[in-house]
Design a protein around this ligand. Sequence first.
Ligand SMILES: NC(=O)c1ccc[n+]([C@@H]2O[C@H](COP(=O)([O-])OP(=O)(O)OC[C@H]3O[C@@H](n4cnc5c(N)ncnc54)[C@H](OP(=O)(O)O)[C@@H]3O)[C@@H](O)[C@H]2O)c1
Length: 262
Amino acid sequence: MDFGLQGKKAIVLAASKGLGKAAAEALASEGCALAICARNAEPLQKTARAINKQYQVPVFTGTVDIHDKTNLESFLEESIGKMGGVDILVTNAGGPPVKGFEETTDEEWAYWYEITFMGVVRSIRKVLPHMKKQKFGRIINITSISVKAPVERLIYSNALRLAVVGLAKSLSAELGPLGITVNNVAPGYHLTDGLERIVRKRVEGGESREAVFAQWENKIPIRRIGRPEDLAFLIAFLASERASYITGTTIQVDGGLYSGTL
Ligand SMILES: NC(=O)c1ccc[n+]([C@@H]2O[C@H](COP(=O)([O-])OP(=O)(O)OC[C@H]3O[C@@H](n4cnc5c(N)ncnc54)[C@H](OP(=O)(O)O)[C@@H]3O)[C@@H](O)[C@H]2O)c1
């Protein structure tokens, strides 16, 4: 299927590794120019070079901490300037730590609110004038399966990500008449450095690596951990011309893990 993405301009946040990187690759493979960011310059440059080499699309980079408002906003402005516009925004960031409620602090709640929610708000605010002017835009937020069902000991993710879902649904009504769609994707378990950190934490707590994976895989009807590209294919589709009638949704990519009917 031709996704109609050739020559479109996409910003993908937190994209040197993992799900963000896979989203950037999927968009590049469809012919999008890219602007990607992360905090650490070296892996970011490596990813940018690899994508540019493989897909022959321009890849702009910014060393950005999404927690830093000025840093994030400058990156967005510069990216839009360098690409000559923006058609697609994929929001993403590092995930909050594994914590139960009684381990949380006000400082951490505020920190993860800034990253998980305000990072999305600020990014959308920057791309919106451009998308409105051209009467076309695709906003896709990478959230988590935790928005469908809370994940044990991921209290920050379980609570804060629902604000993103509420924001996206509200915006879909406001922005639909302007040709801009807003959707969330909700990954289950995908093999990335981020997931490896959760595995390490459980191994430190006394479980074996094999037991952790076996426990997850047995709960997943497709019986395997996801690959980053399993999520990225959906992101590329939602970014495409073909998805112009899909907005305000939250779609899980979890091998069937979520057990609710709707
Ligand atoms: N993998 C899964 O199974 C899964 C499932 C559900 C939800 N998620 C969520 O999806 C998101 C991505 O997960 P992942 O597994 O791909 O993580 P990952 O493998 O750790 O990759 C995270 C990426 O984000 C960048 N990053 C992290 N914090 C950042 C910040 N403050 N500012 C800018 N860039 C930042 C990292 O680069 P730097 O470290 O250099 O900044 C890296 O490129 C997370 O929010 C995670 O909780 C993941």
